[in-house]
Design a protein around this ligand. Structure first.
Ligand code: ATP
Ligand code: ATP
Ligand code: MG
Ligand code: MG
Ligand code: MG
Ligand code: MG
Length: 279
């Protein structure tokens, strides 16, 4: 590298290395998607094509970045999780976040015409913001994932009821909003059932649970993971195995096909059956 008298400016760069030995979560979110959804006439409350497009972009990101162990998406947002031992870009936050966000955005635009063939994109083009957050414990990481899925559930139940009142009940938005203010989940379920014959439980899983992206790898039998230890803290202990065996399995997992599923990630079962995600 040639030296120049200008090179000192490099020292103005601030280090942004993420705390070692912590679970890194990068969450991206669509910029101004309320407006964007209106422009492209997304179905209310859930446009299936738009969700499938988000999922296709997330799957591509995960395929290109094997360091990501699991991702979770709802609405216009996606969270990508890196294992606590990850050393990608020396854990520099800006490099990790910008790479994820730009790769995701590129694929979102690349796949747009597959999901919206009759609606070509025009400026302003979709863009996403992103941030990285470090979670020091498995419990913190699981609580983060649970927080996002609980959000999905709360929003979807509200939106499903709100739009049923408008689309099927002929209500104006302010009236529907007023009717729903202060209601509990049970009240919304009751409104859906008694007024519209909708059983919320029968709504599509993708809307109720969001989307989990992960590598399709052998599941651990539900019972074999239960030990006295994880009955205390409800978190599976890693199974002891030789280093070479562990390396071999890790390689196999990284090669496994990336899949999208709509599962409960709040309950222990999901994590118990996939102990490699947290060990
Ligand atoms: P910001 O730039 O602050 O994120 P925003 O308008 O994107 O603003 P969000 O809180 O991210 O606000 O909300 C996302 C918006 O996109 C919601 O209004 C939601 O209805 C809409 N949206 C996203 N995905 C879908 C979808 N699949 N179907 C219908 N609407 C969607
Ligand atoms: P990193 O991911 O670390 O940035 P990189 O391969 O992108 O790796 P850079 O230092 O960013 O490394 O270098 C950019 C590379 O792209 C160089 O090899 C350069 O020759 C090539 N490149 C970029 N733009 C052009 C261009 N317009 N014409 C020819 N080569 C280009
Ligand atoms: Mg936002
Ligand atoms: Mg948004
Ligand atoms: Mg959002
Ligand atoms: Mg480069």
């Amino acid at each position: 590298m040639a030296n120049s008298k200008f090179e000192y400016v490099k020292h103005f760069e601030q280090p942004d290395v993420l705390l070692p030995n912590t679970w890194i979560v990068v969450r991206l979110d669509g910029r101004g998607f309320t407006k964007f959804a209106n422009k492209y006439e997304f179905a209310k409350p859930n446009d299936r094509r738009a969700l499938d497009l988000m999922n296709a972009a997330a799957k591509a990101v995960m395929t290109e970045l094997p360091d990501i162990t699991i991702a979770y998406g709802i609405s216009d947002e996606y969270s990508f999780v890196f294992h606590k031992t990850c050393t990608l870009f020396e854990r520099r936050a800006s490099k990790i976040v910008t790479t994820i966000v730009s790769t995701f955005t590129a694929y979102y635009i690349f796949y747009w015409s597959t999901y919206f063939p009759e609606r070509p994109l025009s400026p302003p083009l979709p863009s996403f913001d992103g941030r990285a957050v470090c979670y020091p414990s498995v419990q913190n990481l699981r609580d983060y994932m649970s927080w996002r899925q609980a959000d999905c559930h709360i929003n979807n139940l509200y939106n499903t009821t709100f739009w049923a009142l408008i689309q099927k009940g002929g209500m104006e938005a302010p009236a529907a909003e007023k009717l729903l203010s202060g209601t509990l989940a049970a009240d919304k379920n009751e409104i859906l059932w008694s007024r519209f014959g909708i059983n919320y439980n029968n709504e599509p899983e993708i809307y109720k649970k969001g989307s989990v992206v992960l590598r399709d790898y052998e599941l651990v039998e539900p019972s074999s993971q239960k030990t006295a230890a994880n009955e205390v803290d409800n978190i599976a202990e890693p199974v002891q195995q030789s280093k070479t065996q562990a390396e071999k399995e890790k390689k196999l997992r990284n090669k496994a096909q990336v899949t999208i599923q709509h599962l409960d990630i709040i309950k222990d079962e999901f994590w118990d059956r996939r102990p490699w995600l947290l060990s």
